[in-house]
Design a protein around this ligand. Structure first.
Ligand code: ASP
Ligand code: MG
Length: 411
């Protein structure tokens, strides 16, 4: 008998019919004798609807009150799911975050979980009930309702699994697992049976949207085996695991991530003196703009060029700041480019294989794709290229690293 935490996202509980389907699925596991804790999101669209309502009162609603309101989305689904379970003969009981006592800090709309009191849940499980817990929400020390940030139900699921020492945390969603890359870009993308936490974390932060980054971090930290599965299709899904050994047998690269959310800024002809990087990036970070990739060229004529990328939403803000800096420093010019994309290859296999980066560059060269920036870490290589070549690049890399599904598989 296992203890399993199952998390169902907004589309999986998006209608009464779907909630009944979820109940049937939970019943199947319970009939096998497993103890089940279910975490649910709000019905799809509900959280957005609630936020829109608040914005009709104020562009910047008071965060405490916003949390009181948006947490109701999940309160509705826990009750509906508990009702649906009871209707088909499964004893079930629902709990809000504050009832469980998912204790968080007081950072409304982006609270962090500090502690979970699992006693009540244990008691309910012992009594033979399925426990349905509201995702995304908690309570602070003073009893204020808090929420964990968008997509936060994943984190609730993982945190509960850690607190309960569950055998597995299953994240049910609208895809049947984690893929080598986005199947909408590469038809031959394949579902991975396994991926390590570290790889998943890179994939998530580099643009793959299957799991909330914080949930993956949490699962890795507490060694919670995490599995991504399709809510309504049968299949093994993808297991996210600590176990690097077994993944080593897989190809060197586990996946290819990409995103179009960045923009590039270059300041040319800055004096090559100590402190330049700080003089440029200090004001950028003071303007609350996060910087991703950074390249400083080797100097000639005692001046150098400095290039970095920021989120596209921050582009205009960063450009303005940079133009001010350029005037102050007497730099030659500032150039900006929003038509870029970042493509990254990710895999723990890189640690034990040389030449992975050059294989990547070769594949891009063959397609005549110019690389504008490069950054590497132990398990990833990222490049910035012209946005219009993004799909071509991803496809070429998918083939070059032997990730394409064999003919007949995939679509
Ligand atoms: N309902 C919340 C949201 O839409 C939390 C979640 O779905 O995970 O962000
Ligand atoms: Mg979600």
């Amino acid at each position: 008998m296992a203890l399993i935490v199952q998390k169902f996202g907004g589309t999986s509980v998006g209608s009464v019919e779907r909630i009944e389907q979820v109940a049937a699925k939970v019943k199947k596991f319970r009939d096998k004798g497993d103890d089940i804790v279910v975490v649910v999101s709000a019905m799809s669209g509900e959280t957005n609807r609630l936020i829109d309502l608040a914005k009709q009162i104020s562009e910047q609603p008071v965060a405490r009150e916003l949390d009181v309101m948006v947490s109701t989305g999940e309160q509705v689904t826990i009750a509906l799911l508990a009702m649906a379970l009871i209707k088909i003969g499964v004893p079930a009981v629902s709990y809000t975050g504050s009832q469980v006592r998912i204790l968080t800090d007081s950072a409304h709309t982006k609270a962090r979980i500090l502690q979970i009191d699992s006693q009540q849940i244990q008691k309910e499980l012992k009594a033979g009930r399925v426990v349905v817990v509201a995702g995304f929400q908690g309570v602070d020390e003073s009893g204020n309702i808090t929420t964990l940030g968008r997509g936060g139900s994943d984190t609730t699921g993982v945190a509960l699994a850690a607190a309960l020492k569950a055998d597995e945390c299953q994240i049910y969603t609208d895809v049947d697992g984690v893929y080598t890359t986005d199947p909408r870009v590469v038809a031959k993308a394949q579902r991975l049976d396994k991926i390590t936490f570290e790889e998943m974390l890179e994939m998530a932060s580099l643009g793959s949207k299957v799991l909330q980054i914080r949930a993956v971090e949490f699962a890795g930290k507490y060694s919670v085996p995490l599995r991504v599965l399709h809510s309504f299709q049968e299949g093994p899904g993808t297991l996210i695991t600590l176990d690097e050994e077994e993944s080593m047998e897989q190809p060197i690269i586990s996946g290819i991530a990409f995103n179009r959310d960045e923009a590039k800024l270059t300041i040319r002809g800055v004096p090559d003196t100590p402190g330049v990087a700080f003089k440029i990036l200090g004001p950028i970070s003071a303007a609350n703009v996060e910087v991703d990739m950074i390249v400083q060229n080797v100097a000639h004529d005692n001046t150098t060029d400095f290039t970095f990328t920021v989120h596209r939403n921050d582009y205009h803000n960063a450009l303005q700041v940079l133009e001010g800096i350029a005037r102050d420093m007497g730099a030659r010019e500032v150039i900006g480019d929003t038509e870029i994309a970042k493509v990254s290859i990710v895999g723990v296999g890189m640690r034990s294989h040389a030449g992975v980066a050059s294989r990547m560059f070769e594949a891009l060269a063959k397609e005549n794709i110019n690389i504008q920036m490069i950054s590497t870490s132990e398990i990833k290589v990222s490049v910035v290229i012209e946005e219009k070549y993004l799909e071509l690049a991803v496809r070429a890399l998918h083939t070059a690293f032997e990730l394409d599904a064999p003919a007949g598989k995939g679509e």
